[in-house]
Design a protein around this ligand. Structure first.
Ligand code: ADP
Length: 224
């Protein structure tokens, strides 16, 4: 009942133009509990992105059920899926994907304005989030004026801007040097714990995976 993400019997395949179809996910089951942080470990090509896209409502499975925050979202139309994605999910990618012409603060204000938050409240929340991750001195900086670690901390704040139920992260520190990766991951985990956020975080880094609540491994289309 308290699971924030439920994937049940997920199947997904791609037809590469040959008679045989490639099965990427083959009856995959996964649950992420409220406040739980799960590490997703997968060799390249195993279907990690496919899984994150399905959990993130960016793609639909061929079969199976997806539940987010207690709501079955499997059969929803595009508009309802987009609404659920905006309200309940936060994304962090390997590359920051911040808007280059906007400041750190503005990058976190904009998604809140899109969700109907007032400019004043959005600005206050953006400043509080950036301050929490140690970037109070970078509010007005644009992405190009920040280091890789700072950019990822801003991207993390953006994911949290609308207080999602679940964070989906794809190698969030994979592009950083080991020391910076460790720092960014530490602050990310602190904030996740403080806010009680649930998270599914894909990583190749077994040391980071070991700092999460549970590790699931993707292979042969299922989790082990
Ligand atoms: P990972 O993220 O673990 O590297 P992906 O989920 O990106 O793996 O891909 C898993 C498999 O599915 C790969 O063999 C890939 O070639 C194939 N695949 C992924 N997306 C598509 C697509 N849109 N069309 C066809 N094949 C795809």
């Amino acid at each position: 009942m308290s699971d924030v993400l439920i994937l049940e019997g997920i199947r997904k395949g791609y037809n590469h133009g040959t008679p045989g179809e490639i099965t990427v996910l083959d009856g995959l089951d996964l649950r992420v509990g409220r406040g739980e942080v799960v590490a997703l470990v997968a060799p390249s090509g195993a279907g990690k992105s496919t899984l994150l896209h399905i959990a993130g409502l960016l793609d639909t499975p061929d079969a199976g059920r997806v539940e987010i925050g207690g709501e079955d979202v499997t059969g929803l139309n595009d508009a309802r899926r987009t609404a659920t994605r905006r309200a309940d999910l936060g994304f962090v990618y390997q590359f920051h994907h911040l808007l280059p012409e906007f400041s750190a603060l503005e990058n976190i204000v904009l998604p809140q304005l899109a969700a109907g938050v007032s400019p004043r409240a959005a600005g206050a929340r953006a400043e509080a989030l950036l301050t929490r991750v140690g970037l109070a001195h970078r509010l007005k900086h644009r992405p190009a004026e920040m280091s890789g670690g700072e950019q990822q901390r801003v991207a993390f704040c953006r994911a949290l801007a609308n207080a999602p139920k679940l964070m989906l992260a794809d190698e969030p520190t994979g592009n950083l040097d080991p020391a910076t990766s460790d720092q960014v991951f530490s602050v990310l985990m602190e904030v996740v714990r403080e806010t009680g956020l649930s998270a599914l975080i894909a990583t190749h880094n077994m040391e980071l995976a070991g700092r999460m609540d549970r590790v699931v491994r993707l292979g042969d289309g299922r989790l082990g």
